[in-house]
Design a protein around this ligand. Structure first.
Ligand SMILES: Nc1ncnc2c1ncn2[C@@H]1O[C@H](COP(=O)(O)OP(=O)(O)OP(=O)(O)O)[C@@H](O)[C@H]1O
Ligand SMILES: [Mg+2]
Length: 225
């Protein structure tokens, strides 16, 4: 059986609004394998979020083909196999922090020990004290960490995180990555992080660079931690 998680062949995504057509992703060809840790970098508007949404099966290419050979069809990916940490705040306002983290588990038929898994996910990111707070009581950075806890709670095969440290200061951002890498350990969970922060990108073993919708290069770097 194949272990390729995501297989993209000449994937494109064009937005058409009236007379205007924007090529957000242009002919992206790549594969994501288990255990890979990838930084997705490039200037604002280059297509990073669009590419992550395509990888999560949340959006459909307007050209080319994307498949999840080891995971299944596009409508079976989330939340069990692929966890997405969105760039925009995505916590559900009427639910507490704990309840938000439990959401993917409650969506899975097979989830057991939900309370313990939620507590463990919160503890991973040092969020224990926030468990009973409402999202409106949190800072932007705290919301981002809760969204990351929600992503790992479901033990997915792939985590796609869209600028997860965008609202964090340098030290807190590094601490979030420390916690994430400690949690991932030597598991074969694949991680793709869109980021503008070179310090974040520098911790991944591969860097995918986007420019005007094109995935221009893949650099193999040495992971420092
Ligand atoms: N729903 C949409 N409708 C129309 N155009 C869109 C839509 N979403 C994104 N775009 C356009 O597609 C291009 C890529 O956007 P995208 O959000 O993927 O960039 P990004 O690299 O994530 O940027 P940032 O670093 O600012 O988050 C931009 O030109 C953007 O304006
Ligand atoms: Mg974006």
């Amino acid at each position: 059986m194949t272990d390729i998680l995501i297989d993209a062949q000449a994937v494109g995504r064009r937005y058409v609004q009236g007379e205007v057509s924007i090529a957000a992703v242009v002919s992206a060809t790549f594969r994501l394998q288990p255990g890979e840790r990838v930084a997705l970098v490039g200037p604002s508007g280059c297509g990073k979020s669009t590419l992550l949404h395509l990888m999560a099966g949340l959006d459909t290419p307007t050209s080319g083909k994307i498949e999840w050979p080891a995971l299944g069809g596009a409508d079976s990916l989330r939340p069990e196999k692929i966890a997405m940490v969105f760039q925009a705040p995505s916590l559900l306002e009427p639910l507490t922090v704990s309840e938000n983290v439990a959401v993917p588990l409650l969506m899975m038929d097979s989830a057991r020990d939900i309370d313990k898994r939620v507590a463990d996910a919160l503890a991973t990111f040092g969020l224990d004290a926030l468990a009973h707070k409402m999202p409106e009581e949190l800072s932007g950075g705290q919301m981002q960490r809760v969204a990351m806890a929600r992503a790992i709670a479901g033990t997915p095969r792939v985590i796609l995180a869209d600028e997860p440290t965008g609202q964090l200061d340098q030290a807190t951002g590094q601490a979030l990555l420390d916690a994430l890498f400690a949690h991932l350990g030597e598991t074969d969970i694949a991680l793709v992080v869109a980021t503008h922060d070179p310090a974040v990108a520098g911790r991944m073993e591969r860097v995918w660079r986007m420019e005007h919708g094109r995935l221009t290069e893949t650099v193999v770097a040495t992971r420092t931690s």
